[in-house]
Design a binder for this molecule. Structure first.
Ligand code: MG
Length: 289
């Protein structure tokens, strides 16, 4: 299943993306709340109380409420996660272009939940910023995990999505840590879909790409990551409780614009395209903040 949230910012409704809506031979969105008023949103309550099985039940119903996708805005596919956990330096080619120091354990950091944006929303950059896009494979947690073993940890993954870890390098350099640089409003486009884990048998086979002004800047396989998802969940859950709806992003591959000669940085008016095979594509216009 491809879970989406659709509607205006702050008023999104939960949906399921259907490539071929019945009788329409075009994409449609199952309007989940129109069929099940008690499913308010894809939040911690949904994942822990109703879960994905309930959606499968709705999909099997005869009278499904399906809305057209045309002109519909998509929001982030999960509602306001409690945590957005990110990972620094998890791909060797990105380490080489960053500071060449390979970490001996995962470097976790956070993005503010207020940085979240829909997959095709504008990215708004301040005039003094030096901004990169970072395509990343993100896992969405489906059940509470505390001190979970590596063997069991994949059972906590509800599905996968694309996270663009937009970063202001000027703020990152100035601060010596990353929270402000990573957390500006609109600096976390998420989606378009939360693709359920059963439809992603091998996340490491996925190809990640990002383009700025039509130029490919990142093109890599998730198999190049150093610390894998099972290890990351176990490692993070030893330090903090992971809750349903939390997002865990796995780091970005090499190719970032600021490390290029000459640098390829975002400017107002740019079009950005960030994609992962099977998980969809994000297209964002860059605007001044
Ligand atoms: Mg990143």
């Amino acid at each position: 299943m491809k879970l989406v949230r659709f509607g205006p910012p702050g008023a999104e409704r939960p949906g399921v993306w259907l490539e071929d809506a019945p009788g329409k031979e075009q994409a449609g969105i199952l309007d989940v709340r129109a069929m099940a008023f008690d499913i308010e949103d894809y939040d911690a309550h949904f994942f822990s109380r109703w879960g994905l099985e309930r959606l499968r039940g709705l999909l099997a119903e005869k009278n499904r409420k399906i809305v057209p996708t045309e002109g519909v805005r998509l929001g982030p596919p999960v509602a306001r996660p409690g945590k957005i956990i990110c990972l620094g330096k998890n791909y060797r080619d990105h380490i080489a272009e960053f500071d060449s120091k390979t970490p001996d354990r995962p470097i976790l950091f956070a993005k503010a939940a207020t940085s979240l944006a829909g997959p095709n929303d504008p990215i708004r950059i301040p005039a003094d910023a030096e901004v990169d896009v970072e395509v990343e494979l993100a896992a969405v947690i489906g059940k509470t995990a505390r001190n979970i073993s590596e063997d069991e940890s994949m059972s906590c993954v509800a599905g996968y999505t694309i996270l663009d870890d937009v970063t202001d390098r000027a703020a990152q350099r100035a601060d010596g840590q990353w929270f402000r640089a990573k957390s500006r409003d609109t600096f976390c486009p998420l989606g378009p879909f939360l693709v359920t884990a059963d439809e992603v048998p091998d996340p490491y086979a996925l190809r990640l790409t990002s383009k700025i002004r039509g130029q490919v800047v990142q093109d890599a396989r998730a198999s190049d990551m150093i610390f894998r998802i099972a290890h990351l969940i176990a490692y993070a859950s030893a330090a903090m409780t992971l809750e349903p709806g939390d997002v865990l992003s796995t780091g970005t591959p090499g190719g970032i614009g600021s490390a290029r000669q000459p640098p390829v940085l975002l400017r107002p008016g740019d079009e950005v395209e960030v994609g992962i095979e099977g998980l969809g594509v994000q297209r964002n216009r860059v605007e001044p903040a």
